[in-house]
Ligand binder design. Structure first.
Ligand code: IPM
Ligand code: MN
Length: 366
């Protein structure tokens, strides 16, 4: 039997409780589709600061190095917010781990099942058939990582902070390739989002993307949009998009907007893929919910585990080539959240849910 070996980094907040459910679903999928899972857990984020003095300890890195993929929970919380910004879990764990494995391609599916249109803040008429788009976000360059990045004190006592947005041709081309592959498997339409009316990096982005698509993907319909307009269009008519394709910070912002119009951040999975292949010949990747640690509901058993479960499905698809099992998990989640079953007064698919009941419902459908 095949054995899939991955690192489990539950992190903080709701991370551990939703991770537990996702692992149970993976195990059940393995029984059905004939594979075994083997994982090693390690601390990341705030809990790693508490236990090891640093958010991304060497011991955690070693666990990831020995794995074929990383299943990630979420990091951060009020307990660590008073630390200097550079030491806080988000910056000291998530960004370094993305960089360490060159996870430049962030794939965020924005899916709202037609039965759940009421969960979206958008009017039903705008999304009669739900939402089905995907955001491809560049993840290891741009203003998040560009140098110089500093805060200094000027002679007059004022403080001055600098972030630098940097992109170069090869960094744009490799993510353009991911957008192309994603679009080829869907509706063959890519909307590239930039701010080329103001930013040099965006002027380059638009030029490189245009040329790259002309040469490598003539079958794809490519359009360009300024990011302010894209934010508005996403709220006005999200299904005009098939693949939304953009740089790091714009993708961060637009993917949260996508999350809310899709009804719940608790439903949004993500895959971060890089250049490295694992020993099975598939991309090494990190799989995490897009939502965050939700400290306000952590430990209460009401966090929606679907984003974590769907992230595990993406791991099966991209890093283990287990397409059938991935699709089966996705179908089970869809059935579980649209079956109308209720846990107490809480409707599935809307936040909050009962974590356990939602997990059981997915297992039932698998
Ligand atoms: C995300 C998060 C992170 C980001 C933060 C926590 C560093 O918001 O994954 O979208 O900005 O990339
Ligand atoms: Mn974000």
């Amino acid at each position: 039997m095949k054995t899939f070996k991955f690192a489990v980094l539950p992190g903080d907040g709701i991370g551990p409780e939703v991770m537990e459910v996702a692992l149970a679903v993976l195990k059940a999928a393995g029984e059905k589709f004939d594979f075994a899972i083997e994982y090693e857990s390690a601390d990341i984020g705030g809990i790693a600061i508490d236990n090891h003095g640093t958010a991304f300890p060497d011991s955690t890195r070693a666990v990831c190095d020995a794995s074929e993929a990383i299943l990630f929970g979420s990091v951060g919380g009020p307990k660590w917010e008073s630390l200097p910004p550079k030491e806080q879990p988000e910056r000291a764990a998530l960004l370094p781990i993305r960089k360490a494995y060159s996870l430049y391609a962030n794939v965020r599916p924005g899916l709202l099942y037609p039965q759940l249109t009421e969960a979206s803040p958008l009017k039903k008429e705008r999304i009669p058939n739900g939402i089905d788009i995907v955001c491809i976000r560049e993840l290891t360059c741009g203003i998040y990582f560009g140098q110089p990045k500093s805060t200094t004190t000027l002679e007059n006592g004022e403080q001055r902070a600098i972030d630098t947005m940097v992109y170069q041709t090869s960094e744009i081309e490799r993510i353009a390739q991911v957008a192309i592959e994603t679009a080829m498997a869907r509706g063959r339409r890519v909307c590239s989002v930039d701010k080329a009316n103001v930013l040099e990096t965006s002027v380059l982005w638009r030029k490189v993307v245009t040329e790259y698509f002309q040469q490598n993907a003539p079958a794809i319909e490519l359009s360009h949009m300024y990011v302010d307009n894209a934010a508005m269009q996403l709220a006005r008519d999200p299904n005009q998009f098939d693949v939304l394709f953009t740089e790091n910070m714009f993708g961060d912002i637009l993917s949260d907007e996508m999350g809310v119009i899709c009804g719940s951040l608790g439903m949004l999975a993500s895959a971060s893929l890089g250049a490295e292949k694992n020993s099975l010949g598939f991309p090494f990747g990190l799989y995490e919910p897009s939502g965050g640690t939700a400290p306000d509901i952590a430990g209460k058993g009401i966090a929606n585990p679907c984003a974590q479960i769907l992230s595990a499905a993406l791991m099966l698809r991209y890093s283990f080539g287990e397409l059938e099992a991935a699709a089966a998990i996705e179908a089970a989640v869809e059935k579980a959240v649209t079956s109308g079953t209720r846990t107490g007064d809480i409707a599935f698919g809307l936040d909050p849910v009962s974590t356990k009941a939602m997990g059981d419902a997915v297992l039932d459908q698998l």
